[in-house]
Design a protein around this ligand. Structure first.
Ligand code: PMP
Length: 322
């Protein structure tokens, strides 16, 4: 779907996957006006296909567009574009278990020019790829590197938008995490380097026995749709659940005195991943016994059961395609 200043959204079309040709002065290549989303379509027990909360992705996409000075795609067009792509070939959606079709809607400036200003032309597209189960051989906890040198996003910046620049800014820290033998990077706040924000590509949850806390939306972390869904599911399952500020000391001390029983990360790709160990320039520790916790696994099953149709969709989150 194209957008042109003065004309709005036009020329929606479904075309075979192919390379794009691009002018060297395409504004996106220089000024990075680019946003994207990620969501999944799951086969349901009756053989139909349903996407998980596409309206929530459409809403976040609009909010990312506002922050990046881009036009807002109406939610119904966003959802219809995803539906049209999935419906093109039902055989794309893998059958069974946690397998899914991962959808990647995105938008970028398509205008040619060297002036620094919001572009007057954009292209919105959706591509897709079948995704297997994230943990085909059983859920495995990840090790995380607390990044104190680099920050992902700062107050007033673009951290709450799903824009390419945030990911570009994260790559050096992710490489540092790998050098330290860790799977993932965990981001701290920009000002004090003290408050836990999120993990690379996933939000975090801290479990204290029955009680569950997730870092509050500070404006510089991505408001994950999995995060928001788990706030509701945890409540459904009777857990006292809240959003709040969690510091590195809270994490370390909670671990040392045993009050922090589990930590997990959540996002569209892996749904829920336990965090097994933590390392920073100054300290390292194992989270509880380093194994996937009971609450983590219970929440993971509850969410996956809704997505795969094994449990009733009490919140009206599944969008039937076609
Ligand atoms: N934080 C970041 C930086 C992400 O890229 C993602 C993945 N979209 C998330 C959190 C989790 O968001 P969601 O649950 O919507 O996938």
């Amino acid at each position: 779907i194209r957008w042109t200043e003065g004309r709005g959204w036009h020329d929606a079309e479904l075309v075979p996957y192919a390379p794009l040709s691009m002018d060297p002065a395409n504004m996106t290549l220089h000024y990075a006006q680019t946003i994207f989303e990620g969501l999944k379509a799951y086969e349901q027990p009756d053989g139909t296909v349903a996407t998980f909360r596409p309206e929530a992705n459409a809403e976040r996409f609009r909010s990312s567009a506002r922050r990046m000075g881009m036009p807002e795609l109406p939610a119904d067009l966003f959802v219809a574009a995803c539906d049209a792509l999935i419906s093109q070939d039902r055989a794309w959606v893998p059958s069974g278990g946690e397998t899914s079709l991962y959808l990647r809607p995105f938008m970028f400036a398509s205008e040619v020019g060297l002036g620094v200003r919001p572009a007057n032309e954009y292209l919105f597209m959706v591509i897709a790829s079948p995704a297997g189960a994230y943990f085909p051989r059983g859920v495995k906890p990840v090790s995380v590197w607390l990044s104190e040198e680099y920050v992902r996003a700062c107050p007033g910046g673009t951290g709450a938008a799903k824009t390419g620049g945030n990911y570009a800014a994260s790559l050096a820290a992710q490489a540092q995490a790998a050098e330290q033998g860790c799977d993932q990077v965990v981001w701290l706040d920009a000002l004090e380097r003290r408050w836990i924000e999120e993990m690379g590509g996933m939000n975090l949850y801290f479990v204290h026995g029955d009680r569950i806390v997730t870092p509050e939306l500070s404006g510089s972390l991505l408001p994950g749709i999995t995060r928001a869904s788990l706030l509701r599911i945890a409540e459904d399952l009777g857990h006292p659940v809240s959003e709040g500020r969690i510091s590195v000391e809270d994490w370390k001390n909670g671990n040392a005195d045993g009050s922090l029983t589990e930590v997990f990360a959540c996002g569209t790709a892996a749904v829920i991943t336990p965090v097994g160990s933590v390392k920073s320039a100054r300290a390292s520790w194992t989270v509880a016994d380093g194994e996937p916790g009971e609450v983590t696994m219970k929440l993971r099953k509850a969410l996956l059961d809704i997505q795969t149709g094994a449990a009733p969709d009490t919140h009206g989150w599944m969008h039937r395609v076609g």
